[in-house]
Write a protein that binds this ligand. Structure first.
Ligand code: NAD
Length: 459
């Protein structure tokens, strides 16, 4: 077995070197997880819920250590790291509260002769291949409901959040989830590919569109359940009746939180010409005020870019936008210092010939485009292959509902952005993905509904 080196993206220093999996260890782990599944599925729901509730307590008591690890390996500013761990608590509460009812048996028809009944059976062994940008959220959206509904889980955290993945496994095991019921796999893409070669019953992937299509190609012929939660190019429209300053403050946060590395970061902004200049001035001022620097500092808002190669993507988008006539309002520089640093960057006078307005930036870079009215805004919002989230800022609820009903996206927002609720389904349309997590649908998705046709004898 080889090792995986983890470097701190804030300074390039080695954080840790840990044993990594290979094809043989992945196969051995897959066998163990398969063997453990029937007993876990047969355990009472109350026992599985108790394990997850104890896991919640573990997160609370170790929050400082867990946040420090997340900051060291991903570069997430420490206040945002703590906030992610706290945010997982609400998701755990939802899943624990709802799991039993979501998969309860249902009788959908009964007369004197026939009863029709639905039960929900676990898929079996679930492969959970995860991203680094919100490892607690995107991992937890899968492994929590998967475990609660009686599945065993092969969990491959991102190679950029492997220490967090190991913390999660340690906490779950310490809370009564058997070692063979939740098994982490450590390594990069080749370990993910080795996992896909195992006889799993479902693949739940969160990551880039490029990797998602590879996974779909590998898994497709197997005819097993496949969910892909991929990237986006999430638009927002600021209408002429919106309060420009309030919208600017909200959207600057929605674009730059987590250093712009959220699947649902605001990635494109369209502003009605009547409020455009006021909005842009307030937006650029807010962004200039964001503190960039040491992610272990409580006051830091913008941290490093987690993956070094993303710097080149941001630089290419900046160069393309400038070459095509965009106006730079602030930022745009790759900071030449140890680690991966990129200034928060705002462009105006952008258009859809620019990569900046078409492809996921996944960094602190945003384009703001002036529009003349609602029809143009909706057409531009829908001019994308992605469809994760979209939003509208206006004082008029009816106008917001009308516009949002025309936008192709899995989640839509009125006067808010970059928001996820455990009670609502999380999904994308187009190249943003297939399937969903969260909500009661995101619990049922880890089960197979079984149809029971029961005819009483002699009736
Ligand atoms: P990525 O695609 O590079 O990696 C995701 C995971 O796939 C990692 O664990 C990686 O090791 C693994 N992997 C890579 N190649 C593989 C292969 N050939 N076979 C199997 N596994 C393989 O993505 P990332 O950089 O970790 O995450 C960023 C992306 O994730 C962004 O596009 C972001 O928008 C998206 N994302 C989407 C959501 C959502 O809910 N829709 C949430 C978070 C992140």
């Amino acid at each position: 077995m080889g090792t995986l080196q983890i470097h701190n993206p804030a300074n390039g220093r080695l954080v840790d070197e840990i044993p990594a999996d290979d094809a043989a260890s992945v196969a051995e782990k897959a066998n163990r997880v398969r063997a453990a599944q029937p007993a876990w599925a047969a355990a009472p729901m109350a026992e599985r819920k108790a394990c997850i509730t104890r896991f919640r307590s573990g997160l609370v008591s170790e929050a400082d250590t867990l946040a420090a690890t997340l900051t060291a390996e991903v570069g997430k500013p420490i206040a945002q790291a703590r906030s992610e761990i706290n945010g997982l608590l609400a998701r755990i509460d939802f899943f624990v509260d709802q799991a039993e009812a979501a998969i309860a048996d249902e009788t959908v028809f009964a007369d004197e002769a026939v009863t029709e009944h639905i039960s929900h059976e676990p898929l079996g062994v679930v492969a959970n291949i995860s991203a680094w940008n919100y490892p607690y959220f995107v991992g937890g959206n899968v492994f929590l409901p998967a475990l609660l509904t009686g599945n065993t889980v092969l969990y491959k955290p991102s190679e950029f959040a492997a220490l967090t993945g190991l913390h999660i496994a340690r906490l779950l095991h310490g809370c009564g989830v058997p070692d063979d019921v939740f098994v982490p796999l450590i390594g990069a893409g080749e370990v993910g590919a080795a996992l896909l070669a195992q006889p799993v019953d479902g693949v739940f992937f969160t990551g880039s569109h490029a990797t998602g299509t590879k996974i779909a190609a590998a898994v497709g012929p197997r005819l097993i359940k496949l969910q892909l939660e991929l990237g986006g190019k999430d638009p927002t429209y600021v209408c002429d009746d919106a309060d420009a300053a309030t919208a600017a403050a909200s959207l600057a946060d929605g674009a730059m939180y987590n250093t712009g590395q959220s699947c649902c970061s605001v990635e494109r902004i369209y502003v009605h010409e009547r409020v455009h200049d006021e909005f842009v001035a307030a937006f650029a001022d807010t962004v200039r005020g964001f503190r960039i620097g040491d992610p272990t500092d409580e006051a830091t808002y913008i941290g490093p870019i987690t993956r070094a190669p993303q710097i080149a993507v941001l630089q290419a988008q900046v160069a393309d936008a400038l070459a095509k006539g965009a106006t730079l309002r602030t930022g745009s520089r790759h900071l030449e210092q140890p680690g991966n640093w990129f200034e928060p960057t705002v462009f105006t006078e952008v258009n859809h010939t620019m990569e900046l307005m078409r492809e996921e930036s996944f960094g602190p870079v945003i384009g703001i485009q002036k529009v003349s009215g609602d029809a143009e805004a909706v057409a531009l919002m829908n001019d994308t292959r992605y469809g994760l989230t979209a939003g509208v800022y206006t004082r008029d609820e009816a106008r917001a509902r009308r516009l949002l009903s025309q936008v192709h996206a899995g989640s839509v927002y009125w006067n808010c952005c970059d928001r996820v609720s455990p009670r609502l389904p999380w999904s994308g349309v187009g190249d943003s993905g297939v399937g969903l997590t969260l909500s009661t649908y995101g619990i049922q998705t880890f089960t197979r509904p079984k149809a029971w046709h029961l005819r009483r004898p002699g009736v």
